[in-house]
Write a protein that binds this ligand. Sequence first.
Ligand SMILES: Cc1cc2nc3c(=O)[nH]c(=O)nc-3n(C[C@H](O)[C@H](O)[C@H](O)COP(=O)(O)OP(=O)(O)OC[C@H]3O[C@@H](n4cnc5c(N)ncnc54)[C@H](O)[C@@H]3O)c2cc1C
Length: 461
Amino acid sequence: MSIFDIAVIGAGVVGTAIARDLSRQDLKVVLLEANPDFGDESSKGNSALMTEGHDTPVGTLERQLVVRGYQRYVAEGPGLGLPMRKTGALMLAWTEAQRVIVEHHVENANAEGFPNVHLMDGDEVSRRWPQFRPGVLCAQWMPDELIADPFSTPYAYLLDAVTNGVEYRSHWRVSKAERRSGGWRLGNDRGDEIEARLVVNAGGLRADHVEALAGYRDFEMRPRRGQYILLDKPAQAIHDVIAYPTPTPTSRGILIAPTIFGNVLVGPTAEEVEDRDDRSVTDSGLAALQQAIDDMVPSLRGMPVNTIYAGMRPATNHSEYQIIPRFDEDWLTVAGIRSTGFSGALGIAEYVMSLIFPQVFDPKPKAQLQETRVPDLSEQSLRPWADPGKINADPAYAEMLCHCERITMGEVRDALASPLPPQSIKGLKRRTRAMFGRCQGFYCGARVQAMFDAAKGKPHA
Ligand SMILES: Cc1cc2nc3c(=O)[nH]c(=O)nc-3n(C[C@H](O)[C@H](O)[C@H](O)COP(=O)(O)OP(=O)(O)OC[C@H]3O[C@@H](n4cnc5c(N)ncnc54)[C@H](O)[C@@H]3O)c2cc1C
């Protein structure tokens, strides 16, 4: 039986960020993930906006941790190879009532320590971004808002954690938690067991199930679906800034934003659903997304659609994050990271460290850390197919596999041979972007599958 100091449950963006920070300490840490691949639940279907935090509720832990998460991402992301683009964001007003709300938001943001946020008059908005529906009265301009890579972010955190000593076990759904003296014994349905002195539940959408295994029932999941339309790359020539409508008391509204991969995203809707796995796209959802296009950037109407999909926010019946230290019982809950976890993850991880050290463990920082980087898959990077140096050194980077996204055989080969090889085709897609393009794998899917099967030692059908 393996015995660990800390077991983290859940390799979403939050659990991987926590594992990364824990890897800085001289402790035996394991990260347990139910799915074949990490980042395959809430963390795969978000808008990938790295927000400064001024739109989170003031005075909350969420605000504090999102602000800090953004700061850390900007400082640490480049070292991990993570791309980011400061496109800035606008919250737009077309009516007098909306103008009042926007002005109020600007005043609050300035008073709460975001000096760069300011009011922009409608003429300037229309001059700089003529794509908006005519008649913009004013906007809140947030110049520091970023777009980033949603899939490489948990990958970068996990790769760094594993390289620096964290043990990672996928296909390991915790289905049993048994209290021992001074810790827990965790088990899965295959009969594997581990023991840990402290358990951190970062189970995202299923954190309540994990809590129930240990007998805790402080919150209920209220999963909130968000549907999207992803427009094809030509749309970014029309629209290249994060744009929000004026929020209402119940909703932040549907945004239209560029992605780091060159597309334009329209979404998300916000619907409470019973089934946390119901990621269906509905007629009413699509109608709301089309309406948002008409309301904000009508010239995007009719642009080719790359795909439609939905993500699921791990919201609970509480509006605040559910970070609950239960150190008398060797358990720490890190749940309910509803709609800001992508931005907040590094802030949450740092906060978790401040709870654990020195209360549960004395800090023993490792003397030496190894640096890691993930491949930059963004459109702003010099991609292998366009890099003569890379191609000269290795012709596999000239052999095009996915023509839509321009992904080469060399990149897919590298991902399959990485220290954290993808465990599924979906994982390989997120790692390389092969099959993510306009044809959605129609042309390259069979070859990608063959490479995946060969790497796994499976016969290819
Ligand atoms: C539509 C939408 C838009 C969003 N937009 C943004 C945005 O623009 N910016 C932003 O900052 N945030 C955004 N978010 C929020 C962000 O995506 C989430 O806050 C974040 O992904 C939550 O991460 P997590 O690690 O807590 O959960 P998850 O990603 O769900 O990870 C939890 C992990 O735990 C594993 N697990 C569960 N149970 C077990 C078990 N029993 N044993 C082992 N493993 C288990 C799961 O398999 C999963 O991998 C958005 C979310 C959605 C859905």
